[in-house]
Structures are given as C-alpha cells and as structure tokens.
Design a protein around this ligand. Structure first.
Ligand code: GLP
Length: 243
C-alpha cells in the first residue's frame, strides 16, 4: 500500500515538479514515506522544485524538537532524506503562544503558494473517523484551528506515547475540513482491519458532520489506496483496488 501510494505521488511530482504537496503523519504513513525516500534514492525522484509542503496537523502544546511531534516525524521519516528545499516546508507550530494567529498565517501561506495540489491523508478510527484532527462534529466549513482531541483519538495515539494516554496532548492544531477540501487532488491511505469500518463510513455511508471523513465523498478528485483488510467492507471494492 505504501509503495503504491508512493508511486502515485512520485508520478504526480514527475508530471508536476513545482507541485505544492500536503502531507499527513501517523502509523499509516511510515511505509509510504519509506517508499517515497526510495523513489528519491533509487529511482531519482527529484523534489527540488516542489514549491511548498504543508502538514495536516500537530499536537498542542508540543515542541518541534520533541520526538513525539509530527514536526520531528516529518524530518525523521521524509524531509531529512529527500531534496525538498527546507525553506518551503510548512508545519503548524505546536509551541506557539497564539494558536489563532498561527492557524490564520498557515491558511495565508497556503493561498500565497497557490493552494495545495496534492493532499495526502490518513484516516481515523471508527465510529467517527477523522481526517487531520478534525474530530466528530467538526463543521464542514472549518478552517485551520486549535481543536480538542477526543478520548478515542488520545487512546488510539497512546501507542506513540509509551501507551500512556496521560502523555498524549489534549489538543492539536489541524488543517480544517474546508482547507482540505480546497486541495486539487486528494490521496487517502488506509491499512489494517481497524480501518475497514472507517473506509466504509467515509466512502460509502451517508455524508454527515458526525463522520468528518465522509466529506471526502464531495471532493471531485480523491484516490483511495487501501490494503485488502481496510478495503474489506467496501461494496465498491474496485474503488480501493484501482489506481
Ligand atoms: C491521526 C492523525 C492523522 C492521521 C490519522 C490516522 O490521529 N492526526 O493525521 O492520518 O490519525 O493515523 P494512523 O495512521 O496512525 O492510524
């Protein structure tokens, strides 16, 4: 799954070397980033002209040099191993004193760089799968903002914090649903049995703000890359196996 998604991304970048890219983090992205690094190192994928990258979310509060930060994860898993110009990287700053200003500036930067051409997304767990950190009930009009994480999300992510939920931050900064929907193309990655219900809820069940990921059904250019487990409850299995 990671390789397939990396191939799609690499082919997009080869056709659009100046693209603006949106990246996600989390367990699902690990093999994807490793494969993207391989595309660069083994197959000569050149990312030097990429005009900007924007990351979906960051914990709050969180220092960027903390090994639990998405900032650290992005550099460790991808940015330190490819030739993206570091000046073009945009990651929300989880140590800001003023989240509102930080989020508004992030939105401005996206616009200033001509929007996001390809946004990569993971998907949260059922029964209310999120995208970014847009939790259950997030408005479909929501911009980039500070949000409170649900107990379920903190539990799910405790595995990255020595399995101690108390260590998982209570809040996060996240790209909004409206912001995500403005991306020209969206690439969603899903793997594992745990995401089977998430995929069905997101792509086939009714569209509702209760299920933030269901907003993707209204986007004109979404590609889903899922492994067999994650795709196992989709009626339109071809949707997940294509591309
Ligand atoms: C996390 C992140 C998302 C991520 C999703 C899936 O909480 N905020 O950006 O895509 O949930 O994470 P994972 O791949 O670890 O299941």
């Amino acid at each position: 799954m990671g390789r397939r998604a990396a191939k799609i991304t690499a082919s997009y970048i080869r056709n659009h070397p100046y693209a603006s890219l949106g990246f996600a983090t989390g367990g699902t992205m690990k093999t994807y980033f490793a494969e993207l690094v391989r595309e660069h190192k083994q197959y000569g994928l050149d990312l030097s002209a990429v005009r900007a990258t924007f990351n979906l979310d960051e914990y709050y509060p969180m220092k960027s040099d903390d090994i639990h930060s998405y900032h650290w994860e992005m550099y460790h898993c991808l940015f330190d191993h490819v030739n993206i110009d570091k000046r073009n990287i945009h990651i929300l700053d989880g140590s800001t004193d003023n989240p509102k200003v930080q989020c508004d500036e992030f939105e401005k930067e996206i616009k200033l760089h001509g929007g996001i051409d390809l946004q990569v997304l993971g998907i949260g767990r059922p029964p209310y799968p999120h995208i970014g950190f847009n939790e259950r009930g997030s408005s479909f009009d929501s911009p980039t903002r500070l949000v409170e994480l649900t107990e379920e999300t903190r539990k799910a992510n405790a595995r990255f914090f020595d399995y101690k939920i108390d260590k998982v931050p209570t809040h996060a900064l996240t790209m909004g649903l409206a912001t995500i929907m403005e991306a020209q193309n969206i690439l969603v990655l899903a793997c594992g049995q745990i995401k089977a219900d998430s995929a069905r809820l997101a792509f086939e069940d009714p569209i509702t703000e209760e299920v933030p990921a269901s907003i993707l059904q209204m986007h004109p250019n979404v590609t889903v890359v899922a492994d067999k487990d994650a795709a196992s409850k989709l009626e339109m299995l071809s949707l997940a196996l294509l591309h």
